[in-house]
Design a binder for this molecule. Structure first.
Ligand code: FES
Length: 187
């Protein structure tokens, strides 16, 4: 068996940011992160296309960002491949590997955190043998974290293949994983 922005718990480090964090002030971030945020802002100018919507479009088409497509986008944006990768790896919204057949997202918003989402995420990671942001070796499950999904009254919330499951317990997560294993993928 087997995405938030990957958070600080994931292997790609705390510098990645979710799509919902794009507009957050950089005032509370460290100097390195702030410098990188300034660089990201300068990566798009009125005279050249914005790489971020291009990468989003690629991911919508492929489910992740294939290297050759990143290279094409970089060329169109007059950026180096390394710069384009810099953008893609900054936001945990972007995937650099194909997703698993099923995607599980554990909400890490405040209400879900208060209701135990951190422990739930730990449990899912142990059960699947992967960390958030990874896919199981058999390609069955991808595990991601997300910011608030807007249904805080149902915390803690897990999204499985786009379907929201509220008030989740460890036992319910196990049942959900078994059900997903037996089912076909839904979008
Ligand atoms: S914090 Fe999880 S749905 Fe709002």
């Amino acid at each position: 068996m087997a995405v938030q922005p990957r958070d600080a718990r994931s292997s790609s480090g705390p510098s990645r940011r979710s799509a919902t964090e794009h507009g957050r002030s950089t005032a509370s971030r460290g100097p390195a992160t702030t410098r990188r945020a300034r660089w990201l802002a300068s990566a798009s100018t009125p005279t050249r296309p914005n790489i971020i919507p291009m990468l989003q479009s690629i991911q919508e088409q492929y489910g992740y960002l294939p290297r050759q497509e990143i290279a094409k986008a970089a060329e169109q944006c007059e950026m180096s491949l390394a710069q384009a990768y810099g953008v893609a790896t900054f936001y945990n919204f972007f995937r650099l590997q194909p997703p698993g057949r099923h995607t599980l997202r554990v909400c890490r918003g405040t209400a879900c955190h208060v209701r135990g989402s951190a422990g739930l995420l730990d449990y899912v990671e142990q059960t699947l043998g992967i960390r958030a942001g990874e896919t199981t070796p058999d390609g069955e499950f991808s595990l991601e974290t997300v910011a608030c999904l807007g249904c805080c009254s149902r915390a803690p919330v897990v999204v499985a293949d786009g379907e929201i499951h509220g008030r989740m317990s460890r036992q319910e997560v196990v049942r959900l994983l078994r059900r997903l294993e037996r089912s076909e993928k839904r979008d």
